[in-house]
Write a protein that binds this ligand. Sequence first.
Ligand code: GTP
Ligand code: MG
Length: 193
Amino acid sequence: MKISSAEFVLSAHAEDQFPRDGRPQVAFVGRSNVGKSSLMNKLLNRKGLARTSSTPGRTRSVNLFLIDGRFYFADLPGYGFAKAGHDERQRWADLVESYLAHALPGAQVVLLVDAYVGATPLDVQAYEYLMSFNAPVTVAATKADKIARGKRAKAMTEIRRTLALPEGADPIPVSAKTGEGMGQLWKTISAGL
Ligand code: GTP
Ligand code: MG
């Protein structure tokens, strides 16, 4: 997909800051450090747009980007960073829940799972939680460059089984490092816009 413009709009901390203009939204959700910001930058071909970090839990608000003036990308805070206390986790859940309640219908979710680590119990919880909103969810398996080509298919099947994805709905292996899977993920995202 050819992107002409991608601009940071705002970092939303509360419901009244979420966009209400009816443009479709694509929310990126996943464990902290799974590679959300890196993947968004790669999809948009903009190196420093979404801030990436090797310190988990960097993104604490919903960062919104307007793409080609047509739709939004939403970088949601990562879940499950080890140092988070109870209050912080609760704030995460409240923020994500109010964002989703607000953005749906018309929003789609890209759930990111680490291809190398596989789907964790928290990923399973997140997937079930997203399904309870009836949100269309695409699963992308990040950091696919860490898995040898010959082991890819098995890893994807394993993630599909663990998350109990429908038959045939294998996750899309992607890598922000090599650019693998960007075309396929864009195709899926575009279909839902
Ligand atoms: P939070 O905002 O903290 O939740 O993290 P995030 O999910 O946005 O992750 P981020 O994009 O900041 O990346 C986390 C770490 O993973 C960084 O050290 C990245 O360099 C690394 N990383 C991201 N994508 C890839 C990838 O495709 N391959 C490899 N090998 N490393 C990656
Ligand atoms: Mg991030």
